[in-house]
Write a protein that binds this ligand. Sequence first.
Ligand SMILES: Nc1ncnc2c1ncn2[C@@H]1O[C@H](COP(=O)(O)OP(=O)(O)OP(=O)(O)O)[C@@H](O)[C@H]1O
Ligand SMILES: Nc1ncnc2c1ncn2[C@@H]1O[C@H](COP(=O)(O)OP(=O)(O)OP(=O)(O)O)[C@@H](O)[C@H]1O
Ligand SMILES: [Mg+2]
Ligand SMILES: [Mg+2]
Lengths: 260, 260
Amino acid sequence: MKVLAVVNQKGGVGKTTTAVSMAGILVQRKHRVLLVDADPHGSLTSYFHLDHRGFERSVYSLFDGYKSRVDFLVSKTQIAGLHVIASSPALATLDKKLGGQDGKGLILGQALQQLSDWYDYAIIDCPPVLGVLMVNAMAASDKLVIPVQAEFLALKGLDLMVQTVAMVSRALAKDLDYMIVPTMYDRRTRSSGQCLELIRGKYPRKLWDGVIPVDAQFKEASSVGVPISTLSRTARGTMAYELLVDSLRFEQVLSHRQET
Amino acid sequence: MKVLAVVNQKGGVGKTTTAVSMAGILVQRKHRVLLVDADPHGSLTSYFHLDHRGFERSVYSLFDGYKSRVDFLVSKTQIAGLHVIASSPALATLDKKLGGQDGKGLILGQALQQLSDWYDYAIIDCPPVLGVLMVNAMAASDKLVIPVQAEFLALKGLDLMVQTVAMVSRALAKDLDYMIVPTMYDRRTRSSGQCLELIRGKYPRKLWDGVIPVDAQFKEASSVGVPISTLSRTARGTMAYELLVDSLRFEQVLSHRQET
Ligand SMILES: Nc1ncnc2c1ncn2[C@@H]1O[C@H](COP(=O)(O)OP(=O)(O)OP(=O)(O)O)[C@@H](O)[C@H]1O
Ligand SMILES: Nc1ncnc2c1ncn2[C@@H]1O[C@H](COP(=O)(O)OP(=O)(O)OP(=O)(O)O)[C@@H](O)[C@H]1O
Ligand SMILES: [Mg+2]
Ligand SMILES: [Mg+2]
């Protein structure tokens, strides 16, 4: 199983949209995908209409002494082959609850290990804040995707995010590979192109060579609770995420597994 | 001095844009305004090109045993009459650092009290996460503004945010008055109008009767580091925030203070 985390401390850059869109495409390509909602705000859980208020079976259970089988925490969605471990509002208390305790950064990774025969991919959606949940997601992942808007205000935040990745990587003694993905890209806005070039100048080997364009169909898809590729195979947003999944090159060749 | 906090656990809804835009309008109306950047990610600090990396004089100092004058923490911006207490990345460690300690919710409010003769308004920008910083901002404020996008995905998050306000209000034994403000409103998107009516049905006395429209000039303003009203008095975004400031009716009548 390959694990991917979608992170950025800036809010509203398309983290949840990226996690859901990539999962939708991988499932259409017949892979088995687990989405993990590590955001206390639970956008991904709401997206699939899994009411997370009363959820005993959530990511929070993993941090609350849950000892039995991790697959009991998994919920199905209306999309065949796409499962979710839901969020819980209680996740907002984790940083306070765990305080300065060491060794709490590997809890999510160890739990996902137990599911590695069940899924080809796990994609973790993160909250827009540096804390124990983001560190757990990074520790559990083989690759990071950092969505970013091509605007001046986002540039400083991107530097902060890259520094955070370096810091967590040192703390975990683990090489964290990441790709920067421009989202909500609007060719008509003059400054978008300039910002893109500034990012390319600073992170030439980490910036994806494509962009995710602005597409109103993302909102339509989220209001009916399906990934954009389920709503429309030819939407601009769908085609862009297809290219992103291709270029991440972490797609395992299907032949190693009997089709189930 | 009147204190306003801009809060929502959902990321990217226009919290920083709302704080900056309202401050810009109040300053043009000759009020003295203090912006407080309580977000570890520091979007507001970056907006005004106050590099927050090495900042000793930041909001973090208040939580780190700072004992001398609070006005030493204030930085000027290029806009006359508009000052800022900057953010610091160290704020990301606060929840962990303060852990379960009680009584840490009033630190920001007590500090701002010391500045009440210097400013007519203080506007606090918050991170998109429930934690000690958001609680401090709520405790310090006379009124809350909750920016929200008119989309289905945001509705569940709004319910969560309103529940959070009720919870914090009970914990602080203080009535927290709030107004829900639709942002990035796009009349062309079919579901916008439907969402607005759903919010109106649920929170009739709390929903503002206007909307902040989508306006590309917000991004232009942020790339040059000024509020939108400084860039253009006639921009749609400027006019909408003028109406919002009017309808918050917390604008003190200037006559009570000698013009300084
Ligand atoms: N490429 C796009 N084009 C148009 N709209 C988009 C695009 N990507 C995301 N959106 C919309 O932008 C909003 C924010 O996206 P999303 O919630 O995925 O961001 P996020 O980074 O997960 O936010 P948070 O920080 O709150 O977790 C949503 O309304 C979503 O539908
Ligand atoms: N009414 C609007 N029209 C168009 N763009 C807008 C509008 N309001 C905000 N924006 C843009 O949307 C993006 C997000 O806004 P902003 O950073 O203010 O949100 P936020 O809620 O503060 O995010 P965070 O959760 O990261 O703190 C910015 O690029 C901003 O310029
Ligand atoms: Mg999200
Ligand atoms: Mg902000």
